[in-house]
Design a binder for this molecule. Structure first.
Ligand code: GDP
Ligand code: MG
Length: 163
């Protein structure tokens, strides 16, 4: 069975942008507005010589739904269950939020290898948020820019030994 990588994290951190970059097509909807319906998507990703299945999680699909947290948790759990490795993404410019802590606490209890990625880290604006992310207890956060393609070497170094 193909190696499967799940990209998880709260809405708007840049998960679909990374998914699109790995898959190489704009198959996942990227939107500035949190709350736009975004289903879980799967695609064939590649990074240098590695080929794998990527799962993009939506995080939520209705900000007004009062079962929001339950639905996010369920969707994330399903993706992680199917995954051989997980990218836990935060927004380096926003820093660590309570929702990031929620996901982080849950991942720390699991068995699946996790790469913590502080996205939107192009330029210097993201460095404080990246350092903040050490507090999640998921190891060293890598500086990523899904939009500009920075940090992909570190992503490769994480994935390659797992194949
Ligand atoms: P998702 O909800 O986690 O899937 O996030 P999206 O991929 O839809 O991206 C949310 C917003 O963040 C969009 O406006 C993206 O263009 C923007 N974004 C994604 N990656 C980056 C990045 O590396 N740097 C910056 N500055 N913005 C980004
Ligand atoms: Mg998305």
């Amino acid at each position: 069975m193909a190696f499967t990588l799940a990209i998880i994290g709260r809405p708007n951190v840049g998960k679909s942008t990374l998914f699109n970059r790995l898959v190489g097509r704009r198959v996942a909807l990227v939107d500035d507005q949190p709350g736009v319906t975004r289903d879980r998507r799967e695609g064939q990703g590649h990074l240098f010589d590695l080929e794998f299945t990527v799962i993009d999680t939506a995080g939520l699909d209705d900000v007004n739904d009062d079962s929001l947290e339950a639905r996010m948790r369920r969707q994330t759990e399903l993706a992680v269950r199917d995954a051989d490795a997980v990218i836990m993404m935060i927004d380096a410019r926003a820093g660590v939020t309570p929702l990031d802590q929620y996901f982080g606490d849950w991942l720390r209890r699991g068995e699946v290898p996790v790469l913590l990625a502080a996205n939107k880290a192009e330029g210097i604006a993201g460095e404080a948020g990246r350092l903040d992310a050490y507090s999640l207890g998921l190891g060293e956060p890598i500086a990523l820019s899904a939009e500009h393609g920075l940090g992909l070497d570190e992503l490769y170094e994480f994935l390659n030994p797992l194949f």
